[in-house]
Design a binder for this molecule. Sequence first.
Ligand code: ZN
Ligand code: FE
Length: 269
Amino acid sequence: MVTKTALQVWPIPAFDDNYIWCIHDGQSALVVDPGDAGPVIAFLQKEALTLTGILITHHHADHTGGIVSLLSYAESSIDKVVPVYGPATESIPGRTHALMEGDAVEFTAPAIEFSVFEVPGHTLGHIAYFADGLAPKLFCGDTLFASGCGRLFEGTPTQMTLSLAKFAALPPETAVYCTHEYTLSNIRFALAVEPNNADLIAWSKHAHALREANTPTLPTTIAHERRVNPFMRSDQPDVIEAALRESGAPALPSDAHVLAAIRAWKDRF
Ligand code: ZN
Ligand code: FE
């Protein structure tokens, strides 16, 4: 007999640097942004888990490419239609539940409830899933990365600033499950923005040690990102000064202007 365990969240590595997060209780499992079905199926089989739901944050192929194969795997192995949750305003293969800001998503197995945030910026319809409680969790897709943020493929700097502000308002201890291992290159840039940030210098050492041991640098936390992530620090004097210097702009009148300057700098870094 399989014993149910407390809720666990595991990274399933995919492609070069994606993490497909698996939330499970020892029996039932949800996966977030399965860009590739192969590694997910291998993980489910190894851990003897039954897939009960798929959560999607945005339409990019490295987050959605495995949905169709996972659905046929689930249908043939457990003869069940697995629900696929995703943003209402993007095209998501197999989507059964179209989500908008404030929607609640509740699962009984594993037992977890999410509220949905709309976080445009990386894509226009991008959503994030937040589970409140004793150990709050955020599945943020490509909006927030450890020490960085997603590229603005579809949205504006103002949208991204507001999206990151939603995250900044979450409980500081919230564990943040980002979908790419971009941390070391993000830290290299963050240090160019804030070379004197002591928290960032300490984090850089720790993150390098983690990667040398082939350990994920994730999850991160909201509190940590507020200390080391330049994209969540566009109100800080050192960040504003660096943004002014690099952009050559005479003034950066809002947080969104600062974020725009930092994002443009990172894009050519
Ligand atoms: Zn993406
Ligand atoms: Fe991605």
